[in-house]
Design a protein around this ligand. Sequence first.
Ligand code: DLL
Length: 445
Amino acid sequence: MKKLGSLKESPFNPASAMDYLPEAELRRLQLGRLQESVRRAYHDQRCGQLKSRMDEIGMTPGDVKTLEDIRRLPFMTKTDLRDTYPYGLFALPDREVVRIHASSGTTGKPIVVGYSRNDLDVWTDAMRRGMIACGLSENDVIQVSYGYGLFTGGLGAHYGGEALGATVIPTSGGNTERQVMVIQDFGTTAICCTPSYFAHITEKAADYGVDLKKTRLRVGVFGAEPWSDAMRRHLEEISGIQAQDVYGLSEISGPGVALECLRQDGLHIFEDYFYPEIIDLETLEPVPDGVEGELVITTLCKEAMPMIRYRTRDITSLLPGRCGCGRTLRRINRIGRRSDDMMIIRGVNVFPSQIETALLRIKGLSLNYQIVLTREAGLDQMEVKVEMTPDLLGDRIMEIEEVQKAISHSILSITGIHAKVTIAEPKSLSRSEGKAKRVFDRRQL
Ligand code: DLL
């Protein structure tokens, strides 16, 4: 790894004192903010969901007297976002909602999230502090190659980088040749993108004869999808960077919920903004530190859309003990899997049920389908194999091509992902005797 010895947190950008608050003080702060968030969601949520759920169990916001009382509050899930689509969970009037983002839902409609001015400041601050933890400072040139748009990656990293005082280059995703050119010519020192896209960039760079180790690039801030330690070491070795993990989700704000410090020993959660719990998947009861379960997050400062005990479906554990870096913020283990069937393809969340919705829009298909995920030159590829019905089989080849195009278009419009579509003969795809196995993930993490 290149220049690692020189990587340390910059004295120019001291991380927030919040990163180092004594534990008792942090817990006190969290309690006050939790009480306020519950009050806000209870009274102001447009759909009144939390209020009716709390009323049902005879609880009022005043019953939250200690942090432990959070355990008595009801959970929220992605289904709640779907059921209240688009703005039902907002707790502010429209004029105070200054930004909207969206992410995949389980069917044709996305889930929608909103931010107040203050929510954007909180999100930016979390990302800024996370970047400091990754060893970045105002001296860095940060290339943001996460997508800009409804996806939170691009703008989240962008504003975090600007707040840090760094130079931000908003390349967004795609056009890999230009990404390599920018790294080389603009003096990029840090890149933010999905780890799989960076793997693709390294391969393309090699094709163009560019040795990334000879550029100024020294840090990668990678997330939005699971990636292994083996992948980390590989990326670090071929490009000479330090590859840092960033975690987040749209429902809670976006990237910046938790990031690794330079010790790469778990991701620090910005606990002054986000309250983490790990619950047992069966009993739904919180588990002790060190035990794996589902991450549940409560937002402590969110105004436009407070989320109370949101079940992320991400599987991890809270690491016991303090980090050697001195931060008092607790850490979560890296996230390797989810408890639902969500796939993450080039950083985009895709549910098999979305593919099914896309197929249902086309006539003449059986609903026996398979999704095959592979990785070519570092980039995720999705192939959807679907059987036609005997009726369609009688038609001319030309029409089959049209059907393929129509399916591809339908999938693209619902998921935002280009899929290779293969039309299979009737009854040719394997059938399972129990749960249908639809997804064949042949990517090597
Ligand atoms: O992926 C936000 C983000 C952007 C995070 C850029 C990091 C960097 P969503 O599109 O809503 O938001 O997807 C959230 O992605 O619940 C996890 O399953 C997965 N995920 C995000 N970061 C990581 C990570 C953004 N570092 C979902 N490791 C989450 C593993 C991750 N999975």
